[in-house]
Design a protein around this ligand. Structure first.
Ligand code: SF4
Ligand code: F3S
Length: 265
């Protein structure tokens, strides 16, 4: 990584909750500080940039011009195709995505909203939201889903791109295999209880207190591919199942409409 050049990065936020940025700030290997100060030039990011208003938009335009064909575009949030639903500096999200994507070398769709449409696309989809890959078909795209994604999955893919000069190997849903190649259920520390048929029946029964499997409480991890069970959150401290709540499959396409955990309880 130390040999890598400083890469121009433009981060666009559309229909999102800022959870992806919150996740980004919690990465520790590499940390966002290390990336920003040593390896990337984060030229545009609504939440993190010092500039605002016209100066912010000027920074985006200057970065696009100076690094045409060579900047990395990161997107969080889905894109409303009813243009009036969301604008930045008077430009619709859709037009800004198309314009900014045109000069990018590659795009990372950060979070389930950018990768698959996420919550804004859930029925009845009032903004006619779409994902990045539904709208951009002529650029290499990596999907890094999760609501929000694992911090290390975001910075890990950036680090891979900087060091290898190429995008990582992807699965059939455009996700990096290094983070999404394994099923959470197969790496879950409660799996021995599942295999022995020991299940919590309610969130406060004896089984729950003993750490038994949460499958009967709606855990969706057997259908979910992500690195939560071994990479974990907050520098490896915990993940949803470890804090007593089943996985809701937040990194899978259409997870909300497919039925969250409460439909099973
Ligand atoms: Fe599998 Fe979920 Fe049970 Fe863990 S809690 S063993 S992931 S069903
Ligand atoms: Fe999401 Fe399930 Fe991980 S809910 S954060 S994919 S454990």
């Amino acid at each position: 990584l130390e040999q890598a050049k400083r890469q121009s990065v433009i981060w666009m936020s559309f229909q999102e909750c800022t959870g992806c940025t919150e996740a980004l700030l919690r990465s520790h290997a590499p940390s966002i500080e290390s990336l920003m100060f040593d390896f990337i030039s984060l030229d545009y990011h609504h939440t993190l940039q010092a500039a605002s208003g016209e100066a912010a938009e000027r920074a985006r335009e200057e970065a696009m011009h100076a690094n045409a064909g060579d900047y990395l575009l990161l997107v969080d949030g889905s894109i409303p195709t009813i243009k009036a639903c969301s604008t930045i500096a008077g430009i619709s999200n859709l037009d800004m995505l198309l314009e900014t994507a045109s000069g990018a070398s590659a795009i990372l769709a950060i979070g389930t909203c950018a990768a698959y449409g996420g919550l804004p696309k859930a029925a009845p989809n009032p903004t006619q939201a779409m994902s990045v890959e539904e709208l951009i078909t002529d650029k290499p795209i990596v999907n890094i889903p999760g609501c929000p994604p694992l911090p290390l999955a975001i910075t890990g893919v950036i680090a891979h791109y900087l060091t290898m000069g190429a995008l990582p190997e992807l699965d059939h849903l455009g996700r990096p295999l290094s983070f999404f190649g394994e099923n959470i259920h197969d790496r879950c520390y409660r799996r021995p209880f599942y295999d022995r048929g020991l299940f919590a029946e309610t969130f406060d029964d004896e089984g729950a207190r003993k750490g038994w499997c949460l499958y009967k409480l709606g855990c969706k991890a057997p259908e979910t591919y992500n690195a939560c069970a071994h990479v974990k959150w907050n520098q490896g401290v915990s993940f949803p199942i470890q804090s007593g709540h089943g996985c809701i499959g937040c990194s899978e396409p259409n997870f909300w409409d497919k039925g969250g955990i409460y439909d099973s309880v």
